[in-house]
Design a protein around this ligand. Structure first.
Ligand code: BG6
Length: 497
């Protein structure tokens, strides 16, 4: 993982974006490229080649870039737009057509990074065609790398098949499977928090931790993504990828070195140790639900089923909560409760570590009736930081204890330049650092855990799908998942300003 602050510009290279006029390019890749330029982290000999189906030509593409870069930015005013326009080229063509790739070959010389920002159904054919056109052959003086967006597969068999197909064309070292959660500074900070602070490790495991809660709550609904989302759902969209990244970073053993292989091996071991769901345990330990009409942030929100391109009888879940158990020595008996959903009461991603309670003995004969919980909360977004909750004596003659927070806020401690999270990932790929990318086995391990759940759901077309009002904190069934263990979810409320 590169330190982009101190880092140097990567070697000269061409970035070829498949899906260059799409949403991802517009909203995230272009702003990220501009931030890299802002920080001096793009080579002067940089070339951007856009490919998509529309025939807009170089000029049309440059116009598109100008508009997109003006509308979507994470930082710079209008600086540098011309720098990119001078280096931009466009090709239109079908991905099934070898002529498209013969045209690409004319633009590519030396190092090249192919970014697959297309629908997942195109990944395999693009990689095959790149191979046939000789575009991914590396040499002494040139590297060729491919970034593959999520979702990587639709289930375990399709992920395995996709890995097999692309590995027939590419070496594992050329493949950069992206999970943009790993581009977030606060996600990378999980490793630093755990492994750069001596006091953490002795507490990190079943002797001291009662349970872990991971929440990825969104206020956005399905918006205009109905077609994609309805065949995907919350489980596939968020769990085997983003949420399992968080689980792995929290639960993994310290890697022997800070390098891609060591880190990815430790992550793979954690997912491998997650207790496999049976059809029975999947029914008991997984809750799915779909949002009904409601109000989010004061604005009315239509029911999921009334969103564009969503069938009126859709059974796709927009919320999922799971109880996971990790069967290894560190975590045996410590539940990991995870939940994610759309159209919830607040946007909040955090990880809460609940420590075991101190013995109550000392306070038995005092007015204290209970001890406040000790919670360590790693706040991923939107308010980024770490908090520790512990008990203090209330300053009064009587013995009373209250819970207070010791809080670190990234924004107070550091000047954070605006970023999309893609900056580090694109840069790392250009310098060949795969630490923050997924290896084939990491991807498959994630799907292996959720596949039994997908199977149970696919077989069940009749049970009542729980609902929750848009703007609420989810279905009551998810509350029951914890209350039967004598626990409860943390409230999903906006951060206090
Ligand atoms: C994407 C999902 O991968 O992650 C979206 O497809 C989701 O549905 C998004 O909204 C969440 O990302 P972030 O960075 O906003 O937490």
């Amino acid at each position: 993982m590169a330190d982009t602050k101190e880092a140097e510009a990567p070697p000269p290279c061409t970035l070829v974006i498949f899906g260059a006029t799409g949403d991802l390019t517009k909203r995230l890749l272009l702003p990220a490229l501009r931030n890299l330029r802002r920080d001096g982290l793009l080579p002067d000999q940089f070339k951007l080649v856009g490919i998509a189906s529309r025939d807009i030509g170089d000029d049309g593409f440059r116009e598109h870039l100008r508009k997109a870069m003006t509308e979507f930015k994470a930082g710079n005013g209008d600086a540098d737009i011309d720098w990119f326009l001078q280096r931009a080229h466009y090709l239109s063509g079908k991905f099934e057509d070898p002529k498209t790739f013969a045209a690409v070959a004319k633009h590519v010389d030396g190092n090249a990074l192919f970014y697959l920002a297309t629908p997942p159904s195109e990944f395999s054919i693009i990689v095959k065609q790149l191979g046939k056109a000789g575009l991914v052959e590396e040499g002494q003086d040139r590297w060729r790398r491919v970034i593959i967006e999520k979702p990587f597969g639709h289930d375990l068999p399709s992920a395995v098949a996709l890995n097999k197909e692309i590995l027939q064309v590419l070496q594992e070292s050329q493949i950069f499977r992206i999970d943009h959660y790993l581009g977030k500074q606060t996600v990378q900070n999980i490793m630093v928090f755990r492994f750069a602070n001596g006091f953490v490790e002795p507490l990190w495991g079943r002797d001291h931790i009662d349970h872990v809660q991971i929440t990825v709550a969104e206020t956005v609904g399905v918006e205009t993504r109905g077609r994609f989302y309805d065949s995907t759902g919350a489980l596939r969209d968020m769990v085997p990828n983003h949420i399992f990244q968080l689980v792995s970073l929290i639960a993994m053993e310290p890697p022997a070195r800070f390098d891609a292989e060591a880190l990815r091996s430790e992550k793979a071991k954690v997912l491998d140790a997650v207790q496999r769901f049976t059809p029975y345990s999947a029914r008991g330990n997984v809750v799915r639900a779909q949002y009904a009409a409601g109000t989010v942030g004061g604005k009315p929100v239509a029911a999921y089923r009334d969103s564009p391109n969503v069938p009126k009888d859709s059974r796709t879940e927009t919320y999922v909560a799971l109880k996971l158990m990790i069967d290894n020595w560190r975590w045996a008996g410590v539940p990991f409760y995870v939940r994610t959903g759309k159209s919830l009461s607040a946007r909040k991603t955090d990880i809460n570590i609940r420590f075991k309670q101190a013995p109550f003995t000392l306070f038995r004969d005092t007015p204290v009736d209970r001890l406040p919980p000790n919670d360590l909360t790693i706040r991923i977004q939107p308010d980024e930081g770490v908090s520790l909750r512990f008990g203090v004596k209330v300053p009064e003659p009587q013995m009373r204890i209250d819970g207070v927070d010791l809080t670190f806020n990234y924004a107070d401690a550091f000047k954070m330049l605006p970023s999309t999270g893609y900056e580090t990932l694109i840069y790392d790929c250009m310098v060949g650092d795969a630490t923050l990318f997924q290896r084939a086995d990491n991807i498959e391990a994630g799907w292996r855990i959720v596949q039994p759940i997908l199977d149970v759901w696919a077989a069940d077309r009749t049970s009542i799908l729980p609902g929750y009002a848009a703007g609420s904190s989810g279905p009551s069934e998810a509350d029951a998942l914890l209350s039967r263990d004598g626990r409860s979810w943390r409230r999903i409320v906006p951060a206090e300003k």
